[in-house]
Design a protein around this ligand. Structure first.
Ligand SMILES: Cc1cc2nc3c(=O)[nH]c(=O)nc-3n(C[C@H](O)[C@H](O)[C@H](O)COP(=O)(O)O)c2cc1C
Length: 384
């Protein structure tokens, strides 16, 4: 399936499934437990309809906005996601350049397969580093210093991983980083000729490059993945988040907010943005969809803090609904990952272009010239 035959994100997902070995595809596509939350993320947008106004001059529309201290061409940014070079050898640099060429922000994950510095050096657009408060605080401090030196525009602290969610598809496929070639996975991987060729001809094996150098200090012969998992700290509290904000002097977002209480806490400790997110359904299965919590959270925190929403956004109209409900911008992970998996830089850019075109078309059809005009009067909940 070629990129040009993909007419929406769902088509790109199917193309990614065809190209990737099962372990990689399901790592991207899968979620926690019964995967109730991931389904709910997209379905939640159906609870509202958009009411258009016609005979409005929409010859020229403006989709630009400012978030995380950066002016972007349209209100959608790339969520942080790990292990890009497992999906395509061009990896995070390709995704960052796709974001930059599409006029938006790229968030680099702590679990990236390209270093903080290399992404900064090889991509020109605005960048956010996604960080954790790790058990060994000196690692978090090191990341902050490296982001300052590499001139990242913002930090986003992910708070919804006191422990990894139980992703059962990964247990079934035996997903590991780097991939382990059991007979079953070898047969599956070998059947994906294009991916295998790229993987074998682009050494070294992708790994968690931002953390690797710390391994030598770790006890015993521990794998990078086990070391990283051992660094997730269940004792982290809002005091640690406040400490981290104090270490950074640019925009700071707290990612993984779902409750009104946490949104207020993030505001109280000085975050400039909150990212309403359930990690794309990969952590607590059974928690609400981000879009569902947006109204309550915006009403509770007021306008003085930016709100970015991610989870289940697959259509431009989802972005319009979120903005009308009170978000400053949206984000997404899987859409650009499906694209990256299919075609590297070109594929990631293609995914973003599909979404951007849909946002523009939905704005024109809604009768809105500027994203700042969107408000709740455009939304209707059937039956209310
Ligand atoms: C393959 C994959 C890896 C991810 N890795 C991270 C990560 O390292 N850090 C993080 O904060 N969120 C991570 N996320 C969650 C995303 O940042 C984002 O919240 C989620 O993908 C949004 O849902 P969507 O995929 O439906 O757009 C990951 C998501 C996926 C699909």
């Amino acid at each position: 399936m070629k990129l040009k035959d993909c007419h929406n994100i769902s088509d790109l997902r199917k193309a990614a499934e065809k190209r990737l070995p099962a372990a990689m595809f399901h790592y991207i596509d899968g979620a926690a437990g019964d995967e109730w939350t991931i389904k709910h993320n997209t379905n939640s947008f159906e609870q509202y309809e958009v009411i258009p106004n016609y005979l409005v001059d929409v010859d020229k529309i403006d989709t630009s906005t400012k978030v995380l201290g950066t002016q972007i061409d349209w209100p959608y940014i790339c969520s942080p996601t790990g292990y890009h070079r497992l999906f395509h050898h061009e990896g995070e640099v390709a995704a960052a350049n796709a974001a930059s060429d599409m006029g938006t922000i790229f968030c680099l994950s702590t679990l990236s397969t390209t270093t903080i510095e290399e992404v900064a050096e090889k991509s020109k657009g605005p960048k956010v580093f996604q960080i954790y408060v790790l058990k060994d605080r000196s690692i978090s401090v090191e990341y902050i210093e490296r982001c300052k030196a590499a001139n990242y525009d913002a930090l986003c602290l992910t708070i919804d991983v006191p422990v990894n969610g139980r992703r059962e598809r990964d247990l079934r496929t035996g997903m590991t980083v780097p991939p382990k070639l059991t007979l079953k996975s070898y047969l599956n991987i070998a059947s994906k000729f294009d991916w295998t060729l790229n993987y074998l001809t682009h050494p070294p094996t992708p790994s968690m490059v931002n953390i690797e150098h710390r391994l030598k200090d770790a006890a015993n012969d521990i794998s990078v993945m086990d070391f990283m998992n051992s660094q997730f700290d269940r004792t982290v509290t809002w005091k640690d988040a406040e400490w981290m904000i104090g270490q950074w002097d640019k925009a700071f977002a707290v990612k993984g907010i779902l409750s009104v209480e946490d949104a207020k806490r993030a505001k109280d400790i000085g975050a400039s943005a909150i990212m309403i997110s359930n990690h794309g359904g990969r952590q607590l299965d059974g928690c609400p969809a981000p879009f569902e919590m947006l109204k309550e959270i915006r009403d509770a925190v007021g306008d003085s803090i930016e709100i970015i929403v991610d989870g289940g956004i697959r259509r431009g109209i989802h972005v319009i609904k979120a903005l009308a409900m009170g978000a400053n911008a949206c984000m997404g992970g899987r859409p650009y990952l499906y694209g990256l998996s299919v075609g590297g830089y070109k594929g990631a850019k293609y995914a973003l272009q599909l979404l951007k075109d849909e946002v523009e078309q939905s704005m024109i059809l809604t009768g809105v010239k500027n994203v700042s005009e969107l408000n709740r009067s455009f939304l209707r909940r059937p039956g209310e």
